[in-house]
Design a protein around this ligand. Structure first.
Ligand code: PGA
Length: 263
């Protein structure tokens, strides 16, 4: 998808006006100008994407959708197709976010959306994550099952357009129990790599970025990026604050710069 660090912002159903959305995006854009090793994607409400795309240009900042339907066109009231997103130059969509799963989106629908999006040329940020961390380790099975069914219809050559966001549901949103720890994230990133390697082979799996999401902000981003074995972050609330999001971007850039120097 990218060899840079990917910091995606999920604006969810915020802000309520286009005027505010433009202001926030303009301010975020300013924080991206110095980035060397990091790329930002803002997944804004679909309705605003056409207008917001006037603000973005170049590779450091782009826009994405938060959801997409699995058919090209048809009698599907209220849905937006991957082809429609492509027609307004949107390249990326989040699929399978836990908030959509909680509204009834099934593993099968997630799989259909991933397959359709890849077929139509979109990049996919596929979200997986357990609702609770039980002590007998069932959560690891939940995650590998989510991954397997979401990717069941994805073709091997398309894997280069996939990123996996690990988002434990208990760590998301203002009512989260707590953010995950970098150790929690490390454990699951190893699991995800294994499932991907079984599906696509080691070489391709290595190239699929894993992101962490769930209560990420400028105070904890460093820990995840340095110790979670992830290539990026999916940021909810903090992506609506250009200050916090900008700080996350520069932390990511700094850590990646240091890592590349050591290589
Ligand atoms: P949060 O949301 O950062 O506000 O916890 C993350 C997400 O739902 O993607």
């Amino acid at each position: 998808m990218t060899d840079k660090i990917l910091i995606a912002g999920n604006w969810k159903m915020f802000p309520t006006t286009l005027v505010d959305a433009k202001k926030i995006l303009q301010a975020i854009k300013k924080t991206t100008t110095t980035l060397k090793y990091t790329e930002a994607i803002i997944c804004a409400p679909t309705l605003f994407l056409t207008e917001l795309s006037r603000t973005v240009s170049g590779k450091k900042l782009s826009l994405g959708a938060q959801n997409v339907f699995f058919e090209r066109e048809g009698a599907y009231t209220g849905e937006i197709s991957p082809v429609m997103l492509r027609s307004i130059k949107i390249k990326t969509a989040i699929i399978g976010h836990s908030e959509r799963r909680a509204m009834g989106e099934s593993d099968d629908e997630v799989g259909a959306k991933v397959a359709a999006s890849l077929r139509e040329g979109l990049n996919v940020i596929l979200c997986v994550g357990e609702t609770v961390r039980d002590h007998d380790g069932t959560y690891t099975r939940t995650i590998s099952n989510q991954l397997k069914s979401a990717l069941a219809r994805a073709q091997r050559p398309q894997a280069a357009r996939i990123a996996i966001a690990y988002e434990p549901v208990w760590a998301i949103g203002k009512d989260a129990e707590r953010p995950a720890t970098p150790e929690d994230v490390l454990e699951i990133s190893i699991l995800i790599k294994k499932v991907l390697a079984d599906a696509y082979g080691q070489q391709i799996a290595e190239k699929i970025p894993i992101l962490y999401g769930g209560s990420v902000d400028h105070t904890n981003a460093r820990g995840f990026l340095a110790g979670g074995n992830v290539k990026g972050l999916l940021v909810g609330r903090a992506s609506l604050s250009p200050r916090s999001f900008g700080q996350i971007l520069s932390i990511a850039d700094e850590i990646e710069g240091e890592k590349r120097k050591k290589k």
